[in-house]
Design a protein. Structure first.
Length: 295
């Protein structure tokens, strides 16, 4: 039974990360739409799909499931602003031929998480983590020097998602319930945007409107899979799998959309990939050591 549960968790995790990795293809089909417009639709339809899913899953417990402390409710406003900033940067980058930059950002993100944990949660850096952070920083710095400016898109994605993860960790709310409320906070702004751009909305073609409508499902579906997997797999295991998404996006950017993979990118990615290998290998060894200690 335990093996079956883990297999289901693995399938759900692979589904979520492959879905996230392929997401740029979907938003690339909306490159003729303003990024703010896409995000407004993503917020409204995302809340709708999420509400339907929670209603089906929780049934009579739907309203009690959504109850959270008032402090947490207002805290989710901050996390909501962080995640919508992340979505906006991601969508803008994809629709402006910068998928490679998004891939770089999500490769950097785990290292940002370590840095934020040290700065705000008083977690101590291990020697391996210090080496990894130095390598990643050196690679990113080299890319900035090579292209003549900091890789703003990658850094903004990594930092916004890193701070979002920190906020959610401090709030300690169930993943999908938290996503529901933090997105619900943004619905009034999205509806205001729709009213302010009514002429644009009315001129939207049917095919584009269908894509905008299902952007909510594109947002929610992988999160449901991730949430399912997180309950059935260890965080270390999920940590290894999470690199699937930016790896797929990397391949899509270079092989299918022909984005330039310059010498600066080669050095930056090499530094970050080496850093991630060091972190992953160290985490695996540490987990194995703890298991042996417990036996």
């Amino acid at each position: 039974m335990k093996e079956t549960t883990q297999q289901k968790g693995l399938a759900a995790a692979i589904f979520a990360f492959v879905f996230w990795g392929l997401a740029p293809i979907y938003f690339k089909m909306l490159n003729h739409v303003d990024a703010f417009n896409i995000i407004a639709h993503r917020v409204v339809w995302g809340v709708l799909f999420l509400a339907v899913f929670l209603l089906v899953r929780e049934r009579q417990s739907f309203f009690s499931t959504l109850k959270i402390p008032l402090k947490t409710f207002f805290g989710l406003l901050i996390s909501g602003l962080l995640i919508v900033c992340n979505w906006l940067i991601f969508v803008w980058a994809v629709t402006h031929d910068q998928i490679l930059a998004t891939s770089l950002g999500y490769f950097i993100n785990p290292l940002v998480n370590i840095l934020l944990g040290t700065l705000f949660l008083k977690e101590r850096l291990t020697k391996a983590q210090m080496i990894a952070l130095t390598l990643a920083a050196a690679g990113t710095l080299y890319l900035g020097i090579y292209i003549g400016q900091p890789p703003w898109i990658a850094l903004a994605l990594a930092m916004s998602f890193g701070f979002y993860g920190l906020a959610r960790k401090l709030l300690q709310v169930r993943p999908l319930v938290g996503l529901f409320w933090e997105t619900m906070w943004l619905v009034p702004a999205a509806l205001w945007y729709f009213s302010a751009t009514m002429n644009t909305q009315l001129q939207t073609t049917t095919s584009t409107m269908i894509l905008l409508f299902f952007s909510g499902l594109v947002t929610v579906l992988p999160l449901i899979g991730f949430n399912y997997a997180a309950k059935r797999l260890s965080l270390t295991y999920i940590g290894f799998l999470q690199y699937m998404a930016p790896s797929i996006s990397f391949i899509i950017a270079v092989m299918f959309y022909g984005e330039a993979f310059t010498h600066g990118h080669q050095v930056a990615f090499a530094g970050i990939w080496t850093a991630l290998f060091i972190i992953s290998y160290h985490s695996f060894k540490e987990r194995k050591r703890k298991k042996l200690t417990m036996v």
